[in-house]
Design a protein. Structure first.
Length: 167
């Protein structure tokens, strides 16, 4: 874990420990106000919902303030999402660069099984990106294979089944 992330986690753990100590000291009506503040409700909404005064909200905010821990948790979630996007971008770039190095001659050297597997994976991934279902695509893929390739695949399946039954 990077140093900055460790520091943030440490701060949050410290705030959580302090909050637990403070929560143990709270009166029930303070807990309700604290919970409403932690949910991000505005003072007017809290007053209407709980029937408390602005002074009570101010007291809870000054004494037990849940905002720093909530803000830090939101920052971590935002940074995590940004990190995920950056990593996805890096992986996408690598995939494109690797894909650009594959030539027709490389594909022709692949075995039929490798071609079928590659075709299936690429079909699955393209359907995922398009937001389409990836289930039950085997039948559709088999229709795109020429009869000679289908015969080879069927023969390979027979040999595999025979070797599994005899072994």
């Amino acid at each position: 874990m990077p140093k900055k992330a460790k520091a943030i986690v440490g701060q949050i753990e410290c705030n959580v420990a302090k909050s637990k100590q403070n929560v143990a000291k709270m009166q029930p009506h303070h807990l309700e106000i604290y919970d409403a503040l932690a949910q991000g409700l505005q003072p007017k909404a809290i007053m209407a919902k709980l029937g408390c005064t602005r002074a009570q909200i101010r007291y809870v905010r000054e004494r037990f303030d849940p905002a720093p821990a909530t803000a830090q948790a939101n920052d971590i979630a935002t940074n995590s999402a940004r990190y995920d996007k950056e990593i996805a971008s890096i992986y996408k770039d690598i995939a494109i660069r690797v894909g650009n190095t594959i030539k027709d001659a490389d594909i022709k050297r692949m075995s039929v099984a490798q071609r079928v597997t590659t075709m299936a994976v690429c079909t699955d991934k393209s359907r995922l990106i398009e937001g389409k279902s990836t289930e039950n695509q085997a039948v559709q893929i088999m229709h795109n294979i020429n009869p000679q390739q289908l015969e080879i695949i069927q023969e390979m399946a027979k040999r595999l089944k025979k070797s599994m039954l005899s072994g």
